[in-house]
Every structure is written in structure tokens, then in C-alpha cells.
Design a protein around this ligand. Structure first.
Ligand SMILES: [Mg+2]
Length: 173
């Protein structure tokens, strides 16, 4: 199988980084467990929206994201069994491409550069499966899809969901 795997909020905890920066910038103690749905910025007062929207423009934002639980070992096993490619939007934020390359080199060094697709739109990808947390990436993909749970997609319907990398391992390994 040819499998494409998204990075933000699938392999790397982007949502958690937004919360961490928000807490520092505004002296808050917001916790992921307090958030049931929506984008991170939708869970804070309106006067703080702009600062959250600017996080991704900060140098280093994508470099030190925490790996999602179990993502590293399951990805390594998947990589050894299937034809696995990273498929991550990297042209939206100018600093993200090099930072995502460095993140992969640190956390998933088994993924060669030939298997890292730093892209814009993902509908152009041609393969068997796309794992992503954004339905706008999944809806036009020609193969199968798995929607990785995130607070921002809890109200999206019509997609097969996975909540953890353990679940992905059970399906694909
Ligand atoms: Mg994502």
C-alpha cells in the first residue's frame, strides 16, 4: 500500500504547542482537557485570537513540537511494511519546510528525503490511503482516508476516524 501521512496534529502536537504558547503569552493555564471542540483560537477570548493566528509565523514553531503518542514506533513499523510518505503542507508558512525536515530527521530518521512530500494541496497525491486531521485534505483524495481525531474536527462527519496511533497499528500492521 502507498500511504500518505500528515504531520501537524497527526505526527506532531501542533494543537498542544498553540496552547503552550498561548499560556506563556497571556499568563493562562489552559489545558487540552478543558477543550472539547473547535480550533485552538476559538477556545480563547476574542482579544487573543490574533496572537494565536500568528504562532505559526514564529521561527521555530514547527521545530520543537512534541511527537504524538506512539507515532514514532508505529510509523517505523508501517514504514517497514508499506510504502509510506510524509505528506505535509509546508508552503503555507515560509519557515515550516526546513523546520519540518529537521523535526523528521530528529524524530523519524528512518524516513528518507524521497519519502517526504512537502506540499500545498494534497488532492494531487495518488495512492491508497491518506491519514490526516483535516477533512479538507481528505475529501478530494481518491484513495481511502483516515481522519485523525482532533478537537477541531469533532463535528466533522462522513469519515472513518482514528483516535490514536495504536488504532492505526491495529488497522494497518
Ligand atoms: Mg494536520
Amino acid at each position: 500500500m502507498t500511504i500518505f501521512v500528515d504531520m501537524d496534529d497527526v505526527l506532531a502536537d501542533t494543537y498542544g504547542k498553540h496552547i503552550e504558547l498561548y499560556n506563556k503569552e497571556h499568563q493562562q493555564e489552559l489545558n487540552i482537557n478543558q477543550i472539547s471542540s473547535g480550533e485552538m483560537w476559538q477556545n480563547v477570548p476574542e482579544e487573543h485570537h490574533l496572537s494565536i493566528r500568528q504562532h505559526a509565523l514564529q521561527p521555530g514553531f514547527f521545530r520543537d513540537l512534541e511527537p504524538i503518542k506512539d507515532a514514532i514506533p508505529v510509523m517505523e513499523a508501517l514504514y517497514n511494511k508499506h510504502d509510506v510518505y510524509i505528506a505535509t503542507a509546508a508552503t503555507q508558512f515560509p519557515n515550516s519546510l526546513i523546520e519540518k525536515s529537521e523535526w523528521l530527521a530528529e524524530h523519524m530518521p528512518f524516513i528518507t528525503w524521497q519519502h517526504q512530500i512537502m506540499c500545498g494541496d494534497k488532492f494531487i497525491l495518488n495512492g491508497d490511503l491518506l491519514i490526516d486531521d483535516r477533512t479538507y485534505n481528505l475529501k478530494d483524495f481518491k484513495g481511502d482516508t483516515l481522519l485523525f481525531n482532533s478537537p477541531h474536527n469533532v463535528n466533522d462527519t462522513g469519515f472513518t476516524r482514528v483516535a490514536t496511533w495504536e488504532e492505526i497499528a491495529k488497522i494497518l500492521l
